[in-house]
Design a protein around this ligand. Structure first.
Ligand SMILES: [Zn+2]
Length: 469
């Protein structure tokens, strides 16, 4: 089995996600026993078996004294099979931990029974020691592929890999140990069909060896393995699913849009902790915000040509009288004109058919979309108005919440969508800022329920009161 693939002269090193691998070990242990060192067992010796029963027993012993527990982090949700939250990586890591191993090991040395809330219990000597050993091994193994900082007092393997760390030696031994592990039937002790989890651990450790060698050749001095695990990616997919509430099965284009939205919201809000992953989302985003948002924006702005086509929009304004308020009507008027003035689409019949009726009046579609966009902006503006990058955020939200597929000119579709949304948000933004300023200065009385406006109003009233005093 090779540790890497060569594709188009590039070396690809496949790795499984360590948090998933550690969960895999825990999940297997719930229904099977793990046999250790099975190849080197000598005749007459007892097999080394690690089992979940031992872990459960350790938990029962520890919870007898609820005020003075040795493993306070371990709860029923870590241990009791039907209560285990299988998605939580953290629970698997905390259970297969050094402190669990030490606790079990210690109790194998205690003679007789311990009186517990669950009756008198003792820790079986042989099975306890074997289980403690296996737990400690997986604790080290996970540490060795989960380090991030350069130093750690309590966990010498949970650090970034350098030439001086113990990773290389440990991995050599770890592969040998993994090769001597197998899951066996809990009652009969018969070996079960080779579990992929152990095989995948071996391949992943080999991959890390290979990766470190490759990086070293290219002059790298450290490797922080946690940067490779899938947690941030999973957080991200989880958020995509939550974020795209209008569409749980996004197309590639929508996915891109959600991604942009998440990049922004992640900068200002903490990620949900109900997800599969440990809280290590440090805001290390895969692509810099700047590169995404600054790409074509200025170029497009320039391209909006102010000259050309002088459109008579009177007619459609008349028609829309009963549909939208004057200020919005005015806004759509401006936006539509700007789009139609756009140098590239001036002569495109497809675009004109989409946006107008008879080349002059606004089409039904653009009116509906415009109204929808306005209400989306109203909805989000009140929630987000304290956020940084508000304008970009609002723009992104429009892409997500507003149906724009009808703008399907193959040549100009995406440009028009972009300009359309950009312009509406810009207008909305300018309008809101202007209004807030007017209210703050007392130049305008506000009677509505918009939170931002209301805040501005009460601030104005406070200053007014202070002046009078
Ligand atoms: Zn077109």
């Amino acid at each position: 089995m090779s540790d890497f693939i060569i594709l188009n002269e590039r070396k690809i090193i496949p790795l499984y996600d360590p948090p998933h691998l550690i969960k895999g070990i825990r999940n297997n242990l719930l229904t099977k026993n793990l046999e250790v060192n099975y190849k080197s067992i000598k005749q007459g010796e007892n097999r080394e078996i690690a089992s979940w029963d031992i872990i459960e027993r350790a938990y029962k012993i520890d919870t007898t004294d609820t005020f003075n527990r040795l493993m306070p982090k371990i709860t029923e949700e870590h241990i009791i099979k039907r209560k285990i939250k299988k998605m939580r990586v953290k629970h698997a890591v905390q259970t297969l931990s050094r402190s669990m191993s030490v606790f079990i090991n210690h109790h194998t040395k205690i003679e007789g029974y311990i009186n517990t809330a669950n009756g008198p219990l003792s820790m079986p000597k042989k099975e306890g020691k074997d289980t403690a050993g296996a737990i400690l091994f997986f604790n080290h193994l996970f540490d060795s592929v989960n380090g991030h900082s350069l130093k750690s007092k309590e966990a010498p393997l949970r650090i970034a890999i350098t030439d001086k760390t113990k990773h290389i030696d440990f991995w050599e031994k770890a592969i040998k140990q993994l090769e001597e592990m197998r899951f066996v039937d809990k009652t009969t002790g018969k070996p079960l069909y080779n579990s992929p989890t152990i095989r995948n651990w071996i391949q992943t450790i080999r991959g890390f060896q290979q990766l470190w060698c490759t990086l070293k050749e290219r002059g790298f001095k450290t490797l922080r393995p946690r940067n490779i695990n899938q947690d941030p990616l999973e957080n991200f997919f989880g958020q995509i699913r939550t974020f795209g509430r209008a569409n749980r099965n996004p197309t590639c284009a929508q996915f891109g849009t959600y991604y942009k939205a998440l990049l922004i919201t992640n900068l200002t809000t903490k990620s949900s902790n109900k997800t599969n992953c440990e809280e290590n989302f440090n805001g290390e985003l895969l692509v810099s915000l700047k590169s995404i948002f600054e790409s074509n924006e200025t170029a497009q702005e320039k391209q909006i040509c102010q000259s050309a086509v002088n459109l008579d929009l009177k007619e459609y304004i008349d028609e829309m009288k009963n549909e939208i308020s004057p200020i919005k009507k005015h806004t759509l008027n401006i936006i539509l004109k700007q789009i139609l003035d756009y140098e590239a689409i001036k002569d495109c019949d497809a675009c004109k058919t989409l946006l107008t009726r008879d080349g002059t009046r606004a089409s039904r579609n653009i009116i509906t979309t415009f109204q929808r966009t306005q209400s989306v902006l109203n909805e989000y503006f009140k929630d987000f108005h304290y956020e940084r990058n508000l304008r970009i955020l609002l723009k992104t939200v429009c892409f997500i919440e507003v149906e724009l597929v009808w703008i399907d000119c193959t040549l100009h579709g995406s440009q028009i969508k972009d300009v359309f949304v950009e312009k509406i948000v810009q207008q909305y933004f300018d309008y809101s800022c202007e209004k807030v300023n007017k209210i703050l200065q007392g130049k305008e009385q506000y009677v509505g329920r918009n939170e931002l406006m209301c805040n501005a109003k009460s601030k104005y009233l406070r200053t007014l009161k202070n002046k009078r005093l």
